[in-house]
Design a protein around this ligand. Sequence first.
Ligand SMILES: [Zn+2]
Length: 254
Amino acid sequence: MKKLCRILLPAVLICLLIMLACSRSKPGNEPESTETQMEPETVSEIETTAARTSPNGVELLPERTLVDPEGDLLVLVNRFYCVREDYVPELERAVAGYEEYLQPEAARAYSSMYFDARSSGVELYPCSGYRSYEHQKKNYEEKIAEYAEQGYTREECEALAANSIMPPGSSEHTLGLAMDIGWVSADFENGAAYEWLCAHAWEYGFILRYPSDKADITGVKYEPWHWRYVGVDNAFAISRSGLCLEEFLSSADG
Ligand SMILES: [Zn+2]
């Protein structure tokens, strides 16, 4: 019996120590990382939910997942991910003299980019920065009404409207991390501002969010005017990789 105790006691103690260690390292206590949000399961889930199509052949919107954008420069919002209705970031005027706002860090970056470009003779007119959830909802509903007149169902209208206007909560403008620069038109890419941005925006932490060859992944057609703030290090890595934000976050080294 004594021999048995000598064997069992250390084993029980070791088990207790392991249990104690495990209880102290619950996932909730670990620092959050972008990788946690972008596990492969999430991606395959996206692919599955994206396949819903209406009898009229319209690809319907998937159920969206709420994200918490607080303090996350790489936060992903798109047709699959959105922010809650009452989300309002801290805001600062992007450039003195213009009524366009971004989160403070992004605003300061935009301001230096604006004035540096200007000293090179390039005007980066801040066309549209932060938009509230309500504002986005109004734009989206107006677009839905246009499709409703063509006889589509509500669900189809929502999906079709999302091709040109992000559903409320899914717009980067609601994050206060995106600026439409110059003018909202495809021919913006032929101007000096776009050329300058392609060469230098990353130096200030901005990326072209909806490139022409990534529309099937971003779910948004080419928008040469829409630039997203992600911070300088991220912007450098993303620009160098040639990936869009969705791909970058999904990639193993993203
Ligand atoms: Zn935009």
